[in-house]
Design a protein around this ligand. Structure first.
Ligand SMILES: *Cc1c(COP(=O)(O)O)cnc(C)c1O
Length: 377
């Protein structure tokens, strides 16, 4: 089945009891048992039909063994980290999502889970970071906000050499453009709050695992730790995912036009977009994904100018988050990445004037006009 068809027909479609074409919202916490221990569902933390339909859908879209839905992307990432124990070591992409950085350095450090952050776009650096107690390589590609690209197949080679798990945060590319399990990953994570939901109306996280063994462990963790997604939000995500293909294609088309506009201006010093042939990760990304997505960062020169631009845009809404139908604009050093110390931010290349946009599905001409008036002001 092709991706566009799978988005509509994947997973568990409709309702076997009523013939309803859309999966109903099973707003229920517990289920009648025919006799003690004789039941299909027991309790909604353990399993809920609406959540299961979503979990089956993301499993099919990522081509894994099983899918799991959580109350946020961070709950999904935390559940995956519960696979490990004190003394284990994980190698992560250095400019991972700020919340992931915080989880690893402020929460999981309390359980003596050890981490090394490296620029995973250089495989040699990943090799050098591996220790005797390393258990997983965890990458985000492309990254936020610099859109750095990591070669997933190369990570798989390194993981195999050292018998490590490979996890990929696939939030930016979505399963429509990139399928990490096909490229060798064991675990795929999503902040479904972003493109999968796509309408800025739900916070959710999804995980897909490759093997039955990992599926058993993660289900045990999901049920034990308990950060599950509720039936209403599960339904909203299923609804959002149905239009992922047309949204991603429109977003990318708009983004290419906006990038061309930004390139034409000499008051913008740096543009970060993997679709630009000059982007260092362009070829790698092209080899592992079918689209470049709708996230772009660019340097307007200073913090002051960035603040002015953010004040002036009208169609680009000043907000955190990304991946929805409406275009958003943000200032990573002051917003999403504010929890990272300035010195470390500058080391990573996140300059004070770095503006990030998440391009929506509005008319590209209007979006360009909006950016133009903000930059000219
Ligand atoms: C937003 C985001 C997360 C965290 O997801 P939440 O749904 O906000 O908890 C994780 N990874 C990436 C790449 C993100 O953009």
């Amino acid at each position: 089945m092709k991706k566009k068809t799978q988005l509509i027909h994947g997973g568990i479609v409709g309702d076997q009891f009523t013939g309803a074409v859309s999966t109903p919202i099973y707003q229920v916490s517990t289920y009648k048992q025919e006799g003690v221990g004789n039941f299909k569902y027991e309790y909604s933390r353990t399993g809920n039909p609406t959540r299961e339909a979503l979990e089956a859908l993301i499993r099919d879209l990522e081509g894994g063994h099983a899918g799991f839905a959580f109350g946020s992307g961070m709950a999904a990432i935390s559940a995956v980290m519960h696979l490990f124990k004190s003394g284990d070591h994980i190698v992560l992409t250095d400019d991972v999502y700020g919340g992931t950085y915080r989880l690893m350095t402020k929460i999981l450090n309390r359980s003596n889970i050890d981490v090394t952050f490296v620029d995973t776009s250089y495989p040699e650096k990943v090799k050098d970071a591996i220790q005797d107690n390393t258990v997983m390589i965890y990458v985000e590609t492309p990254t936020n906000p610099l859109l750095k690209v990591t070669d997933i197949r190369k990570m798989k080679e390194i993981a195999d050499e050292h018998n490590l798990l490979l996890a990929v945060d696939n939030t930016f590319s979505t399963p429509y453009f990139q399928n990490p399990i096909e490229l060798g990953a064991d675990i795929v994570l999503h902040s479904a709050t972003k493109y999968l939901g796509g309408h800025s109306d739900v916070v959710a996280g999804l995980v897909v695992v490759k093997t039955e063994e990992l599926a058993k462990e993660l289900h045990f963790i999901q049920n034990s730790v308990g950060g599950v997604l509720g039936p209403q939000d599960s339904w909203l995500l299923i609804r959002g995912i149905k239009t992922l293909a047309i949204r991603m294609e429109q977003t990318e088309k708009n983004t290419q036009e906006i990038v061309a506009f930004l390139k034409s201006r000499d008051d913008i010093t740096n543009i970060f977009y993997p679709g630009l042939p000059s982007h260092p990760g362009h070829d790698t990304h092209k080899n592992q994904a079918t689209g470049f997505g709708g996230m772009v960062s660019f340097d307007v020169g200073s913090d002051e100018r960035a603040l002015e631009v953010l004040k002036k845009t009208k169609l680009f809404t000043l907000a955190e988050s990304l991946g929805a139908v409406e275009s958003l604009i943000s200032l990573p050093p002051r917003m999403t990445h504010a929890s990272i110390p300035r010195e470390r931010r500058l080391d990573l290349g996140i300059e004070d004037g770095l503006v990030r946009i998440s391009v929506g599905i509005e008319d590209a001409e209007d979006l360009i006009e909006d950016l133009k008036q903000a930059l000219d002001a």
